[in-house]
Design a binder for this molecule. Sequence first.
Ligand code: R1P
Ligand code: URA
Length: 292
Amino acid sequence: MENRIAESELIINNRGAVYHLDVRPDEIASTIITVGDPDRVGAVSKHFDKIEGKFQHREFVTHTGYIGNKRLSVVSTGIGTDNIDIVLNELDALVNIDFQTRLVKPSLTSLQIIRLGTSGALQEDIPVDSFVVSSHGLGLDNLMAYYEFDSTPAERSLLEAFRGQIPLKHGGASPVIFSASTQLSELFKDGFHTGITVTCPGFYAPQGRMLRGPLSNPGLIDNLTKFNYESQRITNFEMETSAIYGLGRVLGHECLSISAIVANRIRKEFSKDGGAAVAALIEKGLSVIATL
Ligand code: R1P
Ligand code: URA
């Protein structure tokens, strides 16, 4: 049959569930919270009034349930943009591909995807234990190089400014930038810092941390902190946001990334209780997400 997606491309297991997530189409909600840490899934779903199902395969733990009448899923992604490639594509397949016919559905569903993660601040005035909403995800990884995507003129100008202001020594990283869902950003203003989030392909050298391996870009943190374009600044870095925003753009989903700041790289501080900061972010985030 024409345009049928083959068994090797969309892998469906014996349970009728998608390969990595081990979740069936009827087991996922259209509002989805992603978290990096699989243990954080329970920390979110303990606030649900009712849990409908729990699924796990590898680092991908999914709980689906309700807060009041609002159906929600929380999914762990593990660390990194390569895992986001898997999670976003499989979440999209669950709602937009018919698992019986293997055809893309004629009418597509746009998911609401909200990341509740942790992050390191790149500005002195963004303290540990505060929260940052990512206005943009600026990817220094290479995932989005494998997809065709459209950028807005505003994104192109921002990227040009970034390229002009921030030299990256090696040729590996070709930066990309994607803005957040405006619809979702509007709802997360009170009590949140906002700014550009840089998504890195690692935690150590790619975030300017040197333990023993020498850095190819020793000025990275300083350059990111000083970046400014039309009053927009880089607030933080982490390891998933640009891929969530980028694949959200490609697949037509509304995405927002919110982080609890656990490290301040300028003040050289780490949160004394990162778990409490994440718990506070979950409560604050859910109070809004439950109303979507
Ligand atoms: C690194 O420690 C991990 O923490 C951040 C980074 O993006 C990376 O995944 O987010 P999570 O706490 O959500 O995993
Ligand atoms: N997650 C990151 O990726 N970086 C940090 O500094 C803290 C959390």
